[in-house]
Design a protein around this ligand. Structure first.
Ligand code: GDP
Ligand code: MG
Length: 504
């Protein structure tokens, strides 16, 4: 069972409360039965599931509770809290320090995803502006260095390794030494695994660890073994000082619920989860946002992180133009580039409340990206005068031969160019309206600067601008409004709104 299924089932169980006319013992039990069945199906340990049920029941006193609405909210809130507890190891995870050498060593069984995850993590930090590198200290598996080298080269991450040196301890020590002298901030050491927890693996692990003195040992765990994660995590923890865990392969058919709750049960802090084979498929793991996202309520923190990663603040010129309500075709082009840079579209969408985890199937995602690319190709055929014009659409409508030229140049129909210009006009109109909203672009944090009535105006504008198909996916105008409301609450650091299940 995939995690998205689990989320859907729990959401549906919780929704049954909203549909019930009265909330009594019977309704509560039926809902809990559904939630527990979904958790068991996702391979969560039966003891943990029972505990969750008891905790919710003891937190809820139906007699004492007043009105119906309140009851529903309190029950939903309580289930949410218990779900968070299930995946919360209750231990604060290690975090790197800026401007210092942070040595991170990866350990785990062969095939668990160490090499893949090393590259993902390096890529993650590099994008955030850390000076990052990779070291391959796996001499056990043939082709290990090539694999790391390939990943690192693709992502333009400096790396170290050897085809001739057979001692992983020597390579690790040399690599760390070299990168420390070069003032790298994130130094990631990949090690070899074995098929089982063999003594030779633990021996090698300890030697490498002694040689490089890591600041953080990351234990990589394959989620597909489900509840068995608990025993394996314990075994590794006993041997080396595991400071954090990354659970991989939570995409596909992994018994994800079992893996996450089992690791949490060993009090090992999960720092990231791997959700695919691509270098982008790594998500920071925080318990509350994770559960929110699982239940289709979005991940506001993650979204804000992603947006901040774009360093829009640096783009003062654009912000200044936006403030004055200006938006050219070139600005739109750059915005599309930003969207592409944010990584997989679906990942971003999944972070927006109301979209749910599997809002976009991979097929749809590719389609959206392809659409975006097509629009950019069309703009590639425009000249500077057109791109930088204060009202590009007007220029084209006044001189239609420009449309024909651009269509020819980009190999599309004139209708496609016209569609792009229509899309642009809608964007530009919205920017004009937004520019009029004082303080919207101040410091990049919308919620702090915009009052509710301005937000409502913005909602309407967004709805007008959006592709009707996307709007439909979001549950129409009501869905959009609820999303914006949550966005506001979430962005203000107030998670309560989300936990109150506003959109249920
Ligand atoms: P290592 O032996 O621990 O270094 O494992 P590798 O990094 O070589 O990964 C083993 C296999 O798992 C490879 O085929 C990876 O593409 C795949 N893999 C790693 N992480 C993930 C993940 O999060 N999702 C999926 N679907 N596959 C993964
Ligand atoms: Mg490997």
């Amino acid at each position: 069972m995939v995690l998205a299924d689990l989320g859907r089932k729990i959401t549906s169980a919780l929704r049954s409360l909203s549909n019930a006319t009265i909330i009594n013992e019977e309704v509560l039990n039926a809902m809990l039965k559904e939630v527990c069945a979904a958790l068991l199906e996702a391979d969560v340990n039966i003891k943990l599931v029972k505990q969750l049920r008891e905790n919710v029941k003891s937190a809820i006193d139906l007699e004492e509770m007043a009105s119906g609405l309140n009851k529903r909210r309190m029950i939903q809130h309580s289930v949410f809290k218990e779900l968070v507890k299930l995946v919360d190891p209750g231990v604060k995870a290690w975090t790197p320090t800026k401007g210092k050498n942070n040595v991170i060593m990866f350990v785990g069984l062969q095939g668990s995803g160490k090499t893949t995850t090393c590259s993902k993590l390096a890529y993650y930090y590099q994008r955030k502006g850390w000076k990052t590198c990779l070291i391959c200290a796996d001499t056990f598996r043939a082709g290990a260095f090539d694999q790391l080298k390939q990943n690192a080269t693709k992502a333009r991450i400096p790396f170290y390794g050897s085809y001739t040196e057979m001692d992983p301890v020597v390579i690790a020590a040399e690599g760390v030494e070299k990168f420390k002298t070069e003032s790298f901030e994130i130094i990631i050491v990949d090690t070899s695994g074995r098929h089982k927890q063999e003594d030779s693996l633990f021996e090698e692990m300890l030697q490498v660890s002694n040689a490089v003195q890591p600041d953080n040992i990351v234990y990589v765990m394959d989620a597909s073994i489900g509840q068995a994660c608990e025993a394996q995590a314990k075994a590794f923890k006993d041997k080396v000082e595991v400071a954090s865990v990354i659970v991989t392969k939570l995409d596909g058919h992994a018994k994800g619920g079992g893996a996450l709750s089992a690791v949490a049960a060993t009090k090992s802090p999960i720092i990231f989860i791997g959700t695919g084979e691509h270098i982008d498929d790594l998500e920071p793991f925080k318990t509350q946002p994770f559960i929110s996202k699982l239940l289709g309520m979005g991940d506001i923190e993650g979204l804000i992180d992603k947006v901040n990663e774009l360093k829009l603040d640096d783009n003062e010129e654009l912000i200044d133009k936006l403030k004055h309500g200006q938006f050219t075709l070139r600005d739109m082009y750059e915005q599309f580039q930003n969207i592409m840079k944010m990584g997989p579209f679906g990942q971003i969408m999944g972070m927006i409340p109301g979209f749910g985890t599997d809002f976009m199937s991979k097929g749809n995602e590719q389609e959206s990206m392809a659409r975006l690319k097509k629009l950019m190709t069309i703009m590639d055929s425009m000249n500077d005068q057109e791109l930088d014009n204060k009202d590009g659409a007007k220029l084209f409508s006044k001189q239609p031969n420009r449309i024909a030229r651009v269509a020819r140049g980009s190999g599309v129909a004139t209708r496609d160019v016209q569609e792009l210009l229509t899309q642009y006009t809608k964007f530009a109109q919205m920017v004009k309206k937004m520019g009029g909203i004082k303080g919207l672009f101040k410091g990049g944090d919308m919620s702090k600067n915009v009052n509710p009535s301005q937000m409502a105006k913005l909602n309407q504008q967004m709805a007008k601008m959006m592709d009707p198909r996307v709007l439909h996916h979001m549950g129409g105008m009501a869905g959009l409004q609820s999303m914006m409301r949550q966005f506001q609450q979430g962005a203000a650091g107030n998670m309560k709104g989300m936990m109150g299940f506003n959109n249920m």
